[in-house]
Design a protein around this ligand. Structure first.
Ligand SMILES: [Zn+2]
Length: 126
């Protein structure tokens, strides 16, 4: 196993196969498709919501740690990045009912699960 593939400072660190060009997150030393060697690849961090669900009860603790205000329902989903990889993330949204497949999101690394938040108008392309 290589060094931990993600850190809050490095952003989303994935890997890309030098043989078949498959991109994965988190980074792997070997390609999961062809077994070839994979090189580190910084991922773009923007994508669209592929699917999601809402966690409406507190997960088992540990490992879950409730926030200071106590448990509140939150959303989890897969964000599909331009590189073609789908990344599981906590979805930081104010309104769970506003979630919809295809909505643009920006994704950031986190010591735990990556976090995604909606891209607000005027923010795209930055
Ligand atoms: Zn490959």
């Amino acid at each position: 196993m290589a060094a931990p593939p993600r850190s809050p400072d490095a952003g989303l660190q994935g890997s890309r196969c030098s043989g078949c060009a498959v991109t994965v997150y988190p980074a792997e030393d070997a390609c999961p498709r062809c077994g070839g060697s994979a090189d580190p690849a910084a991922l773009q961090g923007t994508g669209t919501l592929w699917t999601w669900t809402v966690q409406r009860y507190a997960p088992k603790s540990p490992p879950y740690q409730a926030p200071p205000g106590g448990f509140a329902p939150f959303a989890l989903g897969y964000v599909e990045l331009a590189e073609g990889v789908r990344v599981a993330a906590v979805l930081d949204v104010d309104d769970l009912d506003a979630l919809h497949i295809g909505m643009p999101l920006t994704l950031t690394a986190d010591p735990g699960v990556p976090r995604a938040r909606p891209i607000t108008p005027g923010e795209e392309g930055s």
